[in-house]
Design a protein around this ligand. Structure first.
Ligand SMILES: Cc1cc2nc3c(=O)[nH]c(=O)nc-3n(C[C@H](O)[C@H](O)[C@H](O)COP(=O)(O)OP(=O)(O)OC[C@H]3O[C@@H](n4cnc5c(N)ncnc54)[C@H](O)[C@@H]3O)c2cc1C
Length: 459
């Protein structure tokens, strides 16, 4: 059964896949093969992939062979792990990293070594018996490597920094097919942390774990009518919090889906996200003013094991067509909140699920590792990229972020950069210095532009 439209693959490339098949240990799929679609299907249903072939890599040698083959055939290589991103890969060779599933916790070294296909959820489970946890993003369904190579903003960011700040070492395949072991201080190591797949493809990554077994936190949902009061109160409140606390606030237009808890289903609400590392009594005291601002529709904050980190953001895990954009902010003022309410407040019927203002500073601002951009705050927009909205969603999402331009830090978190974000703001995933450092490394590690640099707006 043909599951994909035939891509514009040259006959030479098609014939060459047989040669690649003989070189690698993992499976190789041609465009029409049964199983190709399932191999690269992930969380995000929006991308339309039309690769020239897919390699299910089993080790570094497979990744290196795939890159060398693509380079010899003048083709690009894209990498898919858990498929959360919204990039469509057409006319490239796709490396699927699902089979790179090593997940070894070393409690003495307070670190975990993962294969490039591993999601945070597995790390959380493996680390918990040792009283350790990982500095994840909002969803443990996201891949460790995809998250950290994009910088990685999470619910513990103000205490521990970016996801990329936790990385100790990597095994990387460059755009020339060289396998390199890199660690702190190495220029390729830095280029990978914030450079996504521009300078190389990660095969394995060693990430520090933190001695945290519990936290006080979760989610509080308020009625849409309380949005002005809650958003303004949040702005003033968050500015007084110490770095043991990280919080964000979102206007959430909940779809009418069974996966959503009944009080929220099909309703617009305000979602306060809260994580605090400290005794329960301290967490309760810190949160008390926000509990008094308005009567919550649903209050899910409590003392929780670290493994329950997903309760803070309550991100969906069922596959869906998701589109994301955003930007870093220097500050959030009263006028910033007024603008968010004016352009995205509950009075508007918008095909947007989340508009979030997020604290991203604290320890993250002190980190020096990698090339990821950093700023005290970020705005994020998530919308459903269904066929009837493909022409509407990007313009709307970019417009919402543009409305906050007066407070912009000038950069975009790489993990929030959809193809349209990159087209509208090429190079904005990095500061000028970060971009220059990354570009210099990429020129050496991927001289023929086989990897992701072009897609990411770097070259
Ligand atoms: C529900 C949801 C919640 C999210 N929450 C957050 C959040 O809290 N904070 C945040 O920072 N981001 C967040 N993101 C964005 C997410 O971190 C990025 O989309 C990330 O790239 C996903 O990585 P993946 O491996 O899961 O996805 P994939 O689609 O498989 O990979 C995405 C990209 O990651 C890079 N990549 C993946 N594997 C490799 C590799 N082996 N070597 C080099 N590069 C690689 C490539 O550029 C690839 O195109 C969220 C996304 C979703 C959909």
């Amino acid at each position: 059964m043909t599951e994909l439209a035939a891509p514009t693959t040259s006959t030479t490339a098609r014939l060459g896949l047989d040669q690649l098949r003989r070189t690698v240990s993992g499976p190789v799929w041609d465009p029409g093969d049964v199983g190709l679609v399932a191999e690269i299907a992930g969380f995000n249903l929006a991308p339309v992939h039309e690769p020239v072939g897919v390699v299910g890599a089993t080790d570094a040698a497979d990744v290196a062979a795939a890159v060398r083959w693509a380079r010899a055939h003048d083709l690009g290589v894209a990498v898919i792990a858990t498929g959360h991103a919204d990039f469509s890969h057409r006319g490239t060779l796709v490396v699927s990293t699902k089979r790179l599933d090593r997940c070894d916790v070393d409690p003495r070294a307070r670190a975990v070594t993962v294969g490039a296909g591993v999601k945070w959820a597995r790390v959380l489970e493996a680390a918990a018996p040792y009283g350790l946890t990982a500095v994840t993003g909002s969803s443990s369904d996201v891949g460790v490597v995809g998250f950290c190579t994009g910088g990685g903003i999470g619910p513990m960011i103000r205490r521990f920094g970016l996801g990329s700040d936790q990385v100790r070492a990597m095994q990387v395949v460059t755009g020339t097919g060289e396998i390199r072991e890199v660690g702190r201080g190495d220029e390729l190591f830095d280029a990978m942390l914030g450079g996504k797949d521009a300078a190389g493809i990660v095969v394995e990554m060693t990430v520090e774990l933190v001695e945290v077994s519990r936290f006080h936190g979760g989610a509080i949902f308020y009625d849409a009518a309380d949005a002005p009061a809650v958003l303004h109160a949040w702005r003033a409140w968050q500015a007084r919090l110490g770095e043991n606390t990280t919080t964000s606030i979102a206007i959430l237009r909940m779809p009418d889906l069974e996966a959503a808890p009944p009080p929220l289903r099909g309703r617009t609400v305000v979602h306060l996200r809260f994580w605090h590392l400290g005794p329960e009594i301290e967490g309760l005291e810190i949160l008390a003013p926000m509990r008094r601002v308005a009567t919550p529709v649903l209050d899910m904050v409590g003392d929780l094991p670290s493994i329950a980190i997903d309760v803070v953001h309550c991100d969906p895990t069922d596959p869906m067509p998701a589109w994301i954009t955003g930007g870093y902010l220097r500050e959030i003022t009263t006028e910033t909140i007024d603008t968010v309410l004016a352009v995205a407040g509950p009075q508007h019927e918008l095909p947007v699920v989340v508009v979030e203002l997020r604290q991203t500073g604290g320890q993250a601002l002190r980190g020096t590792q990698g090339v990821a951009a950093r700023a005290p705050y970020a705005v994020g927009v998530v919308a459903p990229m269904v066929p009837e909205l493909v022409d509407v969603v990007p313009a709307l999402g970019l417009g919402l972020v543009d409305a906050l331009a007066p407070w912009s830090a000038g950069t975009v978190p790489a993990n929030y950069a959809s193809p349209q974000t990159i087209a509208a703001r090429p190079g904005a995933c990095w500061t000028d210095d970060g971009r220059a450092r990354l570009a210099a490394v990429v020129a050496r590690t991927d001289p023929d532009a086989v990897l992701g640099g072009r897609r990411l707006g770097l070259r």
